[in-house]
Design a protein around this ligand. Structure first.
Ligand code: MN
Length: 430
């Protein structure tokens, strides 16, 4: 069966319910989760259903909390694959629209499980939560093709490829005039000084003040990239490439394919705003942004800037810090758990001290120790699987863990830190 056919069954289930039914939407707390929940919300509203929506972290008592509610249908988007067995207790119909790996093979009879992975798609590259939600929306009504814009924001948020079903969505959106593809330099927009000082992807070390760097190249710091002539552009890009190579990063592409949405503008920027909203506990604002609430745009811009500012601050700190090193990984401590993953990723890619050809782990002390880890594609190609390693090591010390080969996380009890780190080293050795 194809994903689209499976989505048809889910759409039929919804259509079989009276319009006054209580529909509950639960999304996952990241850009893809917010985009996918919004896609479902908009298509429910268009189909004449009322709904209640919330964005949730993966946590132990999630299903227990929802059990207390009275619902006729619950739709999980970008979350749910970890709770399949427990969903039996929900006492109503459940639709799960997901792309994560399931923890169970037996699906309770009240659950319609629509996971991209069941239909020949690679759930980490070819279909994200928002892609599956889009399949559901299209099964409800083909007029929902405009929601391809939100699906693409989800793909970008989850760092997926425009391949497989994702590619079909892009083509459908472009075909109906809702989506546009543009080749652009990544440095366009603000003044070069501001751009280089504020950039996170790529992140430049030592650019507290980027003016001297630009002046040395004969470039006026307040110029914008698009104002430079061809010769100056080349000069700047080769100087920046050289700088990044010194930082240990050799694969930056200065020109990139950007996707633009008719209703949302730059979809990479939308994904970045949704991500910031998710990380800073403003998921509701992210939903409003997807629902095109006029006030949400300005507010989301402030949240986005605040989030980027926090990351920059932590990165400047990491530039000065010495990381801890074990045989098979590098690690550091960070106060703000929601930033841990992105910091581990940026440190691995752009900070020479953290780049030792090993995965990078960020640990934050909360009620438990939160763990986030990032690897690169080369490590994954050589057989590394962070999700599995963390799962095994964390579960052995009474914690939880999991994720993808390249990005994963977990939680462990505070007193088990050393034991966990040793087990992790052994797991990664394999
Ligand atoms: Mn996702």
């Amino acid at each position: 069966m194809r994903l689209e056919e499976a989505a048809k069954y889910a759409a039929d289930l919804l259509h079989s319910l009276p319009k006054k039914s209580k529909v509950r939407v639960i999304g996952h707390v990241d850009a893809d989760g917010i985009a996918s929940a919004s896609i479902v919300a908009i298509s429910l509203a268009r189909a004449g259903y009322r709904f209640h929506i919330s964005i949730e972290k993966t946590r132990m008592d999630l299903i227990k909390d929802i059990e207390k509610e009275e619902n006729d249908l619950i739709i999980f988007t970008d979350i749910g694959s970890g709770y399949l067995k427990e969903m039996k207790n929900l006492g109503c119909n459940v639709i799960v629209l997901d792309h994560h790996i399931a923890n169970e093979e037996d699906i309770p009879s009240n659950v319609m499980y629509v996971n991209a992975r069941l239909y020949g798609l690679d759930g980490s590259r070819e279909a994200c939560g928002a892609s599956v939600a889009y399949a559901f929306a299209m099964a409800l009504d083909e007029e929902n093709v405009d929601l391809s814009q939100l699906a693409i924001a989800g793909m970008i948020g989850d760092k997926q490829e425009i391949a497989g079903y994702n590619k079909e969505i892009v083509e459908q959106g472009m075909g109906e005039g809702y989506v546009e593809e543009r080749e652009e330099y990544i440095l366009i927009g603000r003044s070069l000084k501001e751009m280089l000082e504020n950039s996170l992807e790529p992140y430049f070390t030592d650019f507290f003040n980027a003016a001297p760097f630009l002046e040395k190249l004969g470039i006026e710091p307040q110029t914008r990239f698009e104002e430079l002539d061809e010769e100056k552009r080349k000069k700047l890009l080769s100087a920046l490439t050289l700088k990044l190579i010194e930082q240990g990063c050799s694969d930056v592409e200065w020109k990139k394919t950007f996707y633009y949405g008719k209703n949302y503008g730059n979809l990479h920027d939308l994904a970045s705003k949704l991500n910031a909203c998710a990380r800073l506990n403003e998921a509701g604002l992210g939903i409003s942004l997807c629902l095109m609430d006029v006030q949400a745009m300005d507010k989301a811009e402030i949240v986005q800037e605040k989030y980027r500012e926090e990351i920059r601050k932590e990165m400047k700190e990491l530039e000065r810090k010495e990381p801890y090193e074990r045989k098979n990984f590098i690690y550091f401590y960070v106060d703000k758990a929601p930033l841990a993953g992105v910091l581990a990723g940026l440190a691995l890619k752009y900070l020479p001290k953290f780049n030792a050809g090993k995965p990078v782990f960020a640990l934050s002390y909360n009620e438990m120790i939160d763990i986030s880890a990032r690897a690169d594609e080369k490590m994954v190609k050589e057989g590394l699987n962070l999700g599995e390693a963390i799962k095994k090591a964390a579960e052995s010390v009474g914690g939880i863990g999991g994720g993808h080969p390249i990005a994963a996380g977990g939680k462990i009890p505070k007193e088990k830190e050393e034991e966990f780190l040793e087990l992790l080293d052994k797991e990664l050795e394999k």
